[in-house]
Ligand binder design. Sequence first.
Ligand code: SF4
Length: 338
Amino acid sequence: MNIKPEILALFSQGLDSILAIKIIQRQNLKVKALKFITPFFGSEIKGREAEYCRKIKGSYEIDLEIIDLTDDYLKMLAAPEYGYGKNFNPCLDCKIIMLTRARLRAAELNVNTIITGEVIGQRPFSQRRDTMRRIEKLSQTEGLLLRPLSAKLLPPTNAEESGLIDREKLFDFSGRGRKPQMALAEEFNLKNYPTPAGGCLLTDPGFGQRVKTLYENGRIPTATDIELLKFGRFYPLTSADEFIITGRHRLDNQALLNIADSRYYILQLAEMAGPVTVLKGPESKLPDAAVKLIRHSKAKTLPEVRIKWRKGKENGNFTIKNPGPAHQSAPNLKNHDN
Ligand code: SF4
């Protein structure tokens, strides 16, 4: 049965967001939690949203709704208004996008309060008091946005002023220490909660750099491009929209085969096992992809190598002279027959 929520919550699956919800549920208010997913965080849930929501309900008694932000997020990442963090992470814009979506969802549900598990001073930039106020302003959630874990250190929100939420039963946590949260988790009898992991791939320097490459020259990659980037060795080609990825091991190979759809070429050795190689680009780049494949396979010692490829319903094969080590000249392609 769908029960009308009185409070919306942002849910990250980390302990703090679970605690924020528990604190409000303890005041006998009905909470609906929103989990945002993009190719950079939460993407493991995609395709099994209902199962995930059941699991969260079973583990924490939390009603969850998943919102996929992929399209808006990929566009925003091209030019975040407030810039990038240390890596390719657009934290301010990311928070604004999530809170703005939450505000719009709250309006649809006729809900006037949004809660998060943020704690003042827990993260160096995004949870600084002044940044938190700025994010509220930019997402137009001033007065609506309540942080139950740090509420007593912040001005009262509409829900506290109206008496909907009892401010006295909220908390004054701040800083990076985790002890108060651990104690509260014990009080709520929360066991097996996830560790407070970042969980955002955009904060990973190597992955962030790969993603950045795909955004060069004003391009916006697809969600599938980003999924492919999570596996194998990555070789950007001259156009930002073209790249080659070669699997490093069986798991990469399987993932690349699962993810690459009919927009991508898939290359493999025709006569022996070897890495799966994915090409995004025109047919003329097949030899470049074959070179990468051969250099990471047992075929690197053969004088000539037969390569098979497919792209959607098309397929073909060709023989290529062994390119030798990376410093040697471009390959000589023979029998490019399809
Ligand atoms: S770390 Fe990632 S998910 Fe978190 S605010 Fe920054 S960009 Fe968004």
